[in-house]
Design a protein around this ligand. Structure first.
Ligand code: FMN
Length: 173
């Protein structure tokens, strides 16, 4: 099972638009991927699902994570790194088995100039700590507001080319 993680709980995020684009593109290339947005986390996650606690609301989410062998994380830049809610989500999952020896591809995005280069590096460190195999081709999309057409598809030639290369490698990964 393949799951795209839209790694923010901010309503109306560009991250979910980009994650949906990747899901469509994977579908066009013959791979069905699920999409889990961190907006779907229990709002009281930090009280109900950390440090050995497990809520009924998180159980189906844990089930998705457990069944997933290959993850694609779409990660926005928040204050020079990845969002805290992504780390809270990781901390809430059953560890180490949720991620151990599984595969991950990473895409960063931002409204600023850097496309979350540093946050993707930070999250790569977390993935390696969890014994995940991180695909070496990582994509960074700065100035995300200028990247979508009216249907929330990527349309710039170089962005489409680089993301397609990543998607092809992800399918083969
Ligand atoms: C809490 C927060 C911190 C942010 N910090 C940065 C930042 O450090 N650098 C940057 O380029 N954009 C920053 N942004 C803007 C996001 O990169 C921008 O909203 C972009 O669309 C991706 O995030 P989104 O998926 O929430 O829309 C920040 C946004 C939020 C909500």
């Amino acid at each position: 099972m393949v799951t795209i993680i839209s790694a923010t709980n901010r309503p109306g995020s560009s991250t979910i638009r980009l994650a949906q684009y990747y899901q469509r593109r994977l579908h066009q290339k013959g791979l069905e991927a699920g999409l889990f947005s961190l907006t779907q986390l229990p709002p009281d996650l930090i009280a109900t699902d950390l440090y050995g606690k497990r809520s009924a609301a998180f159980k189906p989410i844990q089930d998705i994570v457990t069944r997933t062998e290959k993850f694609l994380f779409i990660i926005p830049e928040y204050n020079g790194s990845f969002p805290g809610v992504l780390k809270a989500f990781i901390d809430a999952c059953d560890l180490p088995e949720s991620f151990y020896d599984k595969k991950a591809a990473l895409t960063g995005l931002s409204s600023g100039k850097y496309g979350n280069i540093r946050g993707i590096d930070h999250f790569t460190g977390v993935c390696h700590y969890l014994h995940m195999h991180v695909m070496s081709l990582k994509i960074h999309i700065p100035d995300i507001k200028k990247e979508f057409d009216e249907n929330y598809n990527l349309y710039k030639k170089d962005t489409v080319q680089f993301t397609d290369e990543q998607i092809d490698k992800f399918i083969a990964f």
